[in-house]
Design a protein around this ligand. Structure first.
Ligand code: SF4
Length: 467
């Protein structure tokens, strides 16, 4: 009998600050390949693994590397190394998807789209080079659960301890075990000009409530989790599904696991109070909303598809339901004026989010705004992709001078914390507990381009099972 083919899947990058959640995209591909008899290992450079030597020791037939824009150089370095060692090298992820020819200078194959089936075809020798347009998986319910047994779960279960600058988990302490879970793909809105969905436009597809509960049961058994975060772009899309998942969490006695999830403003406005009550009883503690601005003008520009009144109503509904509100604000969006920024500052104060996240506008490749800039030939030559981290202004499309934007962002945070002493106290407490990470966060806010590459403590990358 022929030996099983071997595939190494690599999560590249050395900046630990990006290692917020387990690489679920690789986990899904790994599980699909394993189900089809392929031997797979995940090598996670972001989690601190020494990947290149470990991959060579594994002797894979295929190396598959995922990548986002800010870590693309590290991804290319990996790809060059495996190709030099005669391993068939495949790249996927948003950046190679959008720049397949740039990626093909480093890899043999580029997969554009959701990679499960395409990777199996490659392993089976159906494709040996070029660009594969993989499209999307129609029935996500049929996919096996991501192969977390191949990931550095000792690192990711305690993500809040290792990356305390992350703000989307205000409902859980850093001592607790947290899992990120992906139960749907795509966004039904797909219009926001800065978002990868505005380019992909894949339809919304979701696991059934029963399948979601099956996965959570497994996570409880395998890892003894305390908390969950539904990491998909838009968990709240189907309110009936939210109610179904909540009812099953209660029925199965899993409502001692606290959780948070993302939602759009319009969905939160139209959610009936009994669904909020059910979700809260089922463990829901926090809702993340991408408000992005407090200015009606900027809502139009960003194509958010809701009004400021809707945004205020959504914030009020979350508060009324007794849930924490985590929200995002963007500074420096196209055509933004000082008056727009003032309205955002006012909005931040008014909505009293428990953890606001304030970004500098970044025209990511693979978004509608990037395509527009490309058409207008407005992209400077030789972009440094490492700068695409929402921490600095890459191309200033606003009406505010670039130097001002960073100060404005810092001023928004300061105003927010002055008007929310409880949150300021939490930040100070967190700074005392994790001084390095909080200093990094502050430096990121005040000093663009600052990158932390602090390694993980040795022995923290092992897998953890059960309580
Ligand atoms: S930002 Fe959110 S709502 Fe807008 S297209 Fe992206 S996922 Fe959808």
């Amino acid at each position: 009998m022929a030996a099983a083919k071997k595939v190494a899947l690599i999560n590249p990058g050395k900046s630990q600050r990006f290692a917020v959640q387990e690489p679920l995209n690789l986990g899904y591909i790994a599980a699909y390949l394993e189900k089809n008899g392929v031997e797979v290992k995940i090598f996670d450079q972001l989690a601190g693994d020494d990947v290149e030597n470990a991959v060579l020791a594994f002797k894979p037939d295929v190396a598959g590397i995922t990548s986002t824009t800010p870590v693309i150089y590290e991804a290319y370095k990996n790809a060059d190394f495996y190709r030099k060692n005669n391993i068939l090298t495949v790249m996927g992820g948003v950046h190679p998807w959008f720049f397949p020819h740039e990626a093909l200078a480093h890899a043999d194959i580029v997969v554009r789209g959701e990679g499960e089936k395409a990777m199996l075809d490659i392993v089976n020798g159906k494709r040996a080079g070029g660009v594969i347009d993989a499209g999307y998986v129609e029935n996500v319910n049929e996919l096996p659960f991501p192969a977390r047994h191949l990931m550095s779960m000792g690192r990711y279960l305690y993500c809040k301890k290792y990356t305390p600058h992350i703000l989307h988990l205000p409902y859980v302490s850093s001592r607790k075990k947290i899992i990120h879970i992906l139960t749907s793909r795509g966004c039904p809105h797909s219009e926001c000009i800065y978002c990868h969905n505005s380019f992909k436009k894949f339809p919304y597809r979701a696991n059934s409530p029963e399948k979601v509960i099956e996965e959570i049961k497994l996570l409880k058994k395998d890892y003894g989790i305390d908390a969950l975060y539904f990491v998909e772009d838009d968990f709240w899309t189907d309110i009936e599904r939210v109610a179904g998942i909540s009812a099953l969490l209660i029925k199965e006695g899993l409502n001692n696991i606290v959780w948070g999830a993302s939602a759009r403003v319009d969905q939160i406005v139209s959610t009936p109070p009994d669904v909020f009550a059910l979700a809260k009883k089922a463990g829901c503690r926090s809702i993340t909303i991408g408000f992005e601005t407090g200015s009606p003008h900027m809502l139009e520009v960003l194509k958010k598809g809701f009004t400021i009144d809707d945004a205020c109503k959504a914030a009020e509904n979350v508060k009324k339901a007794g849930l924490l509100l985590h929200g995002n604000i963007i500074v420096g969006a196209p055509h933004e004026t000082m008056e727009d920024a003032r309205l955002s500052k006012q909005f931040l104060k008014k909505t009293a989010m428990v953890t606001p996240e304030i970004y500098l506008f970044t025209p990511y490749p693979g978004s509608m705004i990037w395509c527009k800039l490309e058409t207008e030939k407005a992209i400077p030559a030789n972009m440094d992709w490492r700068r695409f981290s929402q921490e600095e202004t890459i191309i200033n499309l606003s009406a505010i001078p670039t130097k001002q934007l960073n100060k404005l962002r810092a001023a928004m945070y300061i105003t927010y914390y002055i008007s929310n002493p409880m949150q300021a106290a939490r930040l100070i407490f967190s700074a005392l507990m994790h001084p390095r990470a909080i200093i990094d966060k502050i430096l990121h806010t005040l000093k663009p381009g600052f990158i932390n590459t602090s390694p993980l403590p040795v022995g923290e990358r092992t897998k953890v099972r059960g309580n």
